[in-house]
Structure formats: C-alpha cells, structure tokens
Design a protein around this ligand. Sequence first.
Ligand code: NAD
Ligand code: UDP
Length: 318
Amino acid sequence: MEGKRILVTGGAGFLGSHLCDRLIADGHEVICLDDFFTGARANVAHLLDHPRFELMRADVNDRTIIDVDEIYHLACPASPIHYQRNPVRTIRTCVVGTLNMLELAREVHARLLIASTSEVYGDPTLHPQPEGYWGNVNPIGPRACYDEGKRCAEAVAVSFARQYGVAVRIPRIFNTYGPRMHPNDGRVISNFVVQALRGEPLTIYGEGEQTRSFCFVSDLIEGFVRLMGSGLDAEPVNLGNPDEHTIRAIAERVIAMTGSSSRLEHRPLPTDDPVRRRPEIARARAELGWTPRVPLEEGLGATIAYFRERLARGGYSS
Ligand code: NAD
Ligand code: UDP
C-alpha cells in the first residue's frame, strides 16, 4: 500500500495522538494540526523526530490550505467541563472549524472524516441507539454548545457531500477511554482512576445508576481507519462498545483493580446528564466488519497502568 498524506486535526489530543501513531505505523505521512486547547505536545512527543510526522500549531477556525489525500477532523474539546468552559468557542469550533475543513477537502479533493458523537442522540428515549434515531437534545441546555454543534457539523458535512460531492465519513463516537486521556478533563474513567490512585474519594454524580458503554481507544482507532477506507459516504456510523455498565459499577471496578482504599462520594448530577447510553453497532459490524475486541477489564488495566506511571513521575499538578 502506498503511503498517503493525511491531516489529523486535534492530533495532539487523546484520540488524535493514537490515530497519528496508527497512521505513521501504516506508512503514511501525517500532519498533526492542533491549537493545544486540551491537547498536549507530550502526547505526540515520541513522533516529533519521525521523518513522516509534522506538528502544526493552528486553530481550525482559521482557514488553512494543505494539500492532503485524507483529513481526520477531530479538533474539538470533548469532555463536558472543557466544552462548557467556553461554549461560544466550542460551537464555533464545531461549526466554523468543520466548514473550514469541508472547504479544504473540497479544494484539494481529500476524503474527510469528521468526529461526531453519541451526544447527537442527547438523553436518548430509545435504547440502544441506532443511527436512524434522531435524538432527544435540549437545544438550550449547558451541553447544547457541543451536542447541537456536532449535529450542525453533521448537517454541514452531508450538505457538502450532496451539493459538492465532497467524500465525508461520519463516525458517531461513544464514550472512549484509555491512556493519554487528560487527567483533569473530568471524564469519568480518568477521574475515577486518578482519584483511586491518589486515595481520594471517587466522585459519583447522582446515584450512579446512569449507564455508559465504554470503548477502548485501540478499538475505536481501528474503526476510524476502516470507516475512512469504506464506501460509507455521508452516512453516520456508530462506533462504540455495547458493553453497558452503571457508573457505580465502574467506580467499584476501578477501586477493586487499583487496590485503592478510596470511598465513594456522591455529588449532584449535572443538568441533562443522559440516563442511559449504548450503541447499536449493527451497521459497523456489517459494513466495516468492525467489532470492539478489548474487554473492559483489559482496557481499564492499561489505563490504570498509564496513570500510575504518570502520577509516579509527578506529571500532574493542576
Ligand atoms: P481531546 O480534548 O483530548 O482532543 C481534542 C483535541 O482538539 C485537543 O488536542 C485540542 O487541543 C484540539 N482542539 C480543540 N479545539 C481546537 C481548535 N479550534 N483548533 C485546533 N485544535 C483544537 O478529546 P478527544 O477525546 O481526543 O476527542 C477528539 C474528538 O472526538 C472530538 O471531536 C470529540 O468531540 C470526539 N469524541 C470523543 C469521544 C471520546 O469519548 N473520547 C466521544 C465522542 C466524540
Ligand atoms: N461522572 C461521574 N463522576 C465523575 C465524572 C463523571 O459520576 O467524576 C458521570 C457523569 O455524570 C456521566 C458519566 O459519568 O453520567 C459519564 O461522564 P463523562 O463526562 O465521562 O461522559 P459523558 O457524560 O459525556 O458521557
């Protein structure tokens, strides 16, 4: 297979850095574009000297022209505390940033994958969630800047596909975890693991009866690459692990696996926090031959090992 020139926006973030690793390993030339809003150079430090890797500090809200064959557009804060910190910036990044990437793809005839999310289903009334479900989203709530921003990103992507023939791929990503999650981004797995390793209480929002289905990062990246190479044009595809757990069960599992003496502490449930979430992945199985392989126990083990090592190095003060 001949190497391609590939742009990864948000490439210094959690998912983006793993994707850069994968694309370099597959023999491609990778341009990683990031403004470091939530990402870090450290996530791609091991690639900086690689002859087929280039790191660019830039904001996707500014127009850029780079001649590439494919674009994986991941740039956007992803955790609720990060995307709610500056909601105007979040919605601008979702909408203007995606428009800019679509214009670029149109100009250089690149194939574009945009990272959508299970948040387009909001607090779902249908369980599990298939791609045909239109969702239950509060358009003016605190999550709206992200949920509606990503819904709009999908709408502009399919509009460019219909009107200009731009080749777009749309993964709807469900909760994904693994090494290189930001320790302070407030997502549940990183929070629980860091709290357990520090011997601090694990913060359960509400009663902990809400559910999520967690996909390990390597499985998700495999799904990205298969989707990019597929013929699934302008059709959303759920990527996630259907293995569903209550948040309380996740807390108990993390305590057991870390051997921590931490206790559980309840905090108020955030507004519009979805009650249940599980992907219906029949489309990904049938069209991409994709299925998640890494069981929770194994993925949590790798994630705990990563944070244990980072904490031991004293990497996280803020
Ligand atoms: P992350 O916060 O680790 O990575 C996002 C990256 O985008 C960061 O490196 C950040 O600095 C960069 N970025 C943000 N705004 C930017 C801008 N305007 N210009 C350039 N770079 C910018 O989050 P992640 O978990 O890696 O998520 C990556 C993508 O996947 C996001 O689009 C997110 O919405 C989507 N997603 C992730 C999950 C998940 O569980 N991790 C779930 C659903 C969707
Ligand atoms: N959550 C929790 N404690 C935490 C962080 C999150 O109980 O310290 C809950 C949160 O309320 C939600 C679930 O865990 O119900 C997943 O939260 P996360 O922010 O990881 O993802 P999202 O809500 O976007 O699915």
